[in-house]
Design a protein around this ligand. Structure first.
Ligand code: ADP
Length: 643
């Protein structure tokens, strides 16, 4: 059969493996054993509903064979096996995001040691082997196939015989070279320690020839005439792993470090999780869970490609790889394993969705994750800020999308940038620090902190000495609108036209000014037409001549958000912000406008339009007609200085 080429991505990874100078070559064994275990999981699951499998749980096993003369090491399983197509597809290409991600990390990082922490899969065999032979027979098929590769050159697949269903992977180890002792992987002691180190928790028994000694009669007799005994070595096939899944162990039996190592291997992460959550529940529903909160968001986390869910086991048998029903949407970043003996083994996936037990488990897990996060927030704020940077957005989605109870408890977990503290704070921290005179929780939205800090509307709030939460995520304002209030305090955008700041006198003065300038304000509104719903005298502006505020539920930020999502740039009226142009009566520009209004209407119109454009600029938007704006400014600059 003609040699086939590896797909280019795989070829690169393979080259990395073959030429690897990594210190952790040994992990190849862990990878092969965990593939074997997965394959058995699959057949075991089938056997629950398919009598033809002909195996019971106790029959499944993984076997390790060593041939020192031929320098071969074999890992065999009686799992589901691979068909011809699967051999070609699975072993000829990196289908898996884990491998790809690993490769990307490799290119980014100098630290080659990361391989020791990363699931790199089947290809890792090439770190230690010059030749890899895979003989596999798929469940349900009569024939078997043999896949052979000696590295980057490619691979061949030919039909062959195999009596039983399953897969046998045989590595011919590379010759030893300076600094590289590949022969050690033929050594019983090395293999046993590696299995203990990396694969001890594998549920299926891993059998190996184990050397033992016993006393036997030598055939000679001692001086008293008794048979003489001598020590003799013999081998026996024995199970060498303890088979207790790590989630079944107590904290003293499996340390946090061991759990973290398990996490990294299982979920293909290169970093330790920020939290390890162990759950052991007895009662109405008994189950064990081992959950992890990743340190950084996976690169595809906020895309549709990301697959959420927990691994679900029933008494140690994997029944679902990604059970999404076990986690609420807002905690979909949590990874881990749930194992319950109370779930029926051959329950169908559709039934699982309505399973009462599953609902109870899901509710408890939600509570546990929440309290774990709360604990981290209180005990290790820095770590928690890191968490918020990665997954805060997901919590916010949760608030906007959820109905009912979880909103308030989720709000406790949020953090926003505080203008005063110049760092992320919780809403509770904000409220606690509010002076008695402060009515609202103020927030301001914008692209980034620097822009928001310059918003003219924020001036008045800051002058009062009140803190402002700076919101930079598009969804933030929707969160505020959904929550409405926190600890009885209402949220209020600094661009709202009622900030609740002004004293009675100030209010009165502004009302008087409003009254006095009625005609001018009417003229402003008339000149700008539909662009604004009103022009009014500002109660809050200090240094700037104008600003834009809004009436009603849609803010400028929200309008921008809707705009960016509208198909043809057209917005329905209900998604448009109702703009109010506020004028600062103390500013010289106001005086100049008034003069123009009284003496030269067309000059006044120009000024009004320019002021409107200025208000847009100050709100972080572009003038509607930049060319016209530029022309107005130029004209103004070219005017001889008056007076
Ligand atoms: P991963 O196991 O992370 O998916 P690998 O490169 O290790 O990536 O394996 C690729 C695929 O090959 C597996 O997903 C599985 O479908 C198949 N495979 C590997 N080893 C075995 C095996 N022993 N039995 C059955 N299928 C296997």
């Amino acid at each position: 059969m003609a040699k086939k080429q590896f797909k280019s991505e795989s070829k690169r990874l393979l080259e990395l493996m073959i030429n690897s100078i990594y210190t952790h070559k040994e992990i190849f064994l862990r990878e092969l054993i965990s593939n074997a275990s997965d394959a058995i999981d699959k057949l075991c699951y089938l056997s629950l509903t398919d009598d033809k499998v002909g195996l019971t749980r106790d029959d499944f096993r993984i076997d390790i064979y060593v041939d020192r003369e031929k320098r071969t090491l074999t890992v065999a399983d009686n799992g589901i096996g691979m068909s011809l197509e699967e051999l070609d597809k699975n072993l000829g290409v990196i289908a898996r995001s884990g491998s790809l991600q690993f490769k990307q990390e490799m290119e980014k990082k100098e630290d080659l040691d990361i391989i020791g922490q990363f699931g790199v899969g089947f290809y890792s065999a090439f770190m230690v082997a010059s030749k890899v032979v895979v003989v596999s027979r798929k469940y349900g098929e009569e024939g078997a196939n043999m896949w052979v590769s000696e590295g980057v050159d490619g691979y061949t697949i030919t039909p062959c015989e195999k009596e039983t269903v399953g897969t046998e992977i045989t590595l011919t180890l590379k010759p030893d070279e300076e600094g590289e002792d590949y022969s050690t992987f033929l050594n019983e002691y090395t293999l046993r320690s590696l299995i203990k180190k990396y694969s001890d928790y594998i549920r299926w028994p891993i059998y190996m020839d184990v050397t033992k000694t016993r006393q036997v009669e030598s055939g000679e007799k001692d001086e008293k005439g008794n048979p003489k005994l001598v020590w003799e070595d013999y081998t026996e096939r024995e199970v060498v792993n303890s088979r207790v899944p790590i989630w079944q162990r107590t904290k003293s039996e499996a340390t946090d470090e061991e759990c973290a190592a398990f996490y990294k291997e299982k979920f293909h992460d290169i970093e330790d999780p920020v939290a390890v959550i162990r759950v052991s529940a007895e009662g109405a529903v008994s189950y064990k869970a081992l959950l992890f909160i990743p340190k950084t968001a996976p690169y595809d986390f906020y895309t549709r490609d990301y697959k959420a869910g927990l691994e679900l086991y029933s008494s140690g048998v994997l029944i679902m790889e990604r059970c999404e029903d076990l986690l609420p949407e807002h905690f979909r970043f949590v990874k881990g394993v749930v194992d319950s003996q109370d779930l029926s083994l051959n329950i169908s996936r559709e039934m699982l969705q309505h399973d009462r037990q599953l609902k109870v488990i899901a509710q408890n897990l939600e509570k546990r994750v929440r309290s774990e996060l709360k604990k981290m927030q209180e005990n290790d704020p820095e770590k928690y800020r890191g968490f918020i940077k990665n997954f805060g957005l997901q919590l916010k989605f949760g608030i906007v999308n959820s109905f009912g109870v979880s909103r308030d408890t989720l709000a406790d977990l949020l953090m926003f940038y505080s203008c005063k503290n110049e760092k992320l704070i919780t809403l509770h921290e904000y409220v606690v620090a509010m002076p008695d005179s402060q009515k609202y929780i103020y927030y301001a939205c914008g692209e980034d902190i620097e822009h928001i800090a310059k918003l003219p509307q924020a001036e008045a709030v800051r002058e009062k000495g009140y803190d402002i939460l700076f919101l930079t995520d598009e969804i933030d304002e929707f969160v505020m609108k959904t929550l409405v209030r926190y600890e009885e305090k209402e949220f209020r955008s600094v661009t709202s036209d009622d900030l609740g700041l002004v004293s009675e006198e100030e209010k009165k003065a502004a009302e008087e000014a409003q009254e006095k300038n009625q005609a001018l304000l009417g003229f402003v509104k008339e000149t700008l037409g539909d662009k604004i719903v009103a022009a009014k005298i500002s109660q809050t502006l200090r240094h700037h001549p104008v600003c834009l505020t809004t009436q009603g539920p849609v803010s400028l930020e929200m309008e921008r958000f809707y705009q960016s999502r509208s198909k043809n740039g057209e917005l329905l009226p209900m998604f448009k912000a109702q703009r109010v142009l506020e004028l600062n009566p103390e500013h010289p520009v106001f005086e100049a406008l008034k003069n123009a209004y009284e003496t030269d209407k067309s000059a006044a119109e120009e000024r009004v339009k320019m002021l409107y454009d200025l208000s847009l600029l100050l709100a972080g938007m572009s003038p509607e007609d930049p060319a016209a704006f530029a022309e107005r400014v130029s004209n103004l600059m070219a005017q001889p200085k008056q007076g």
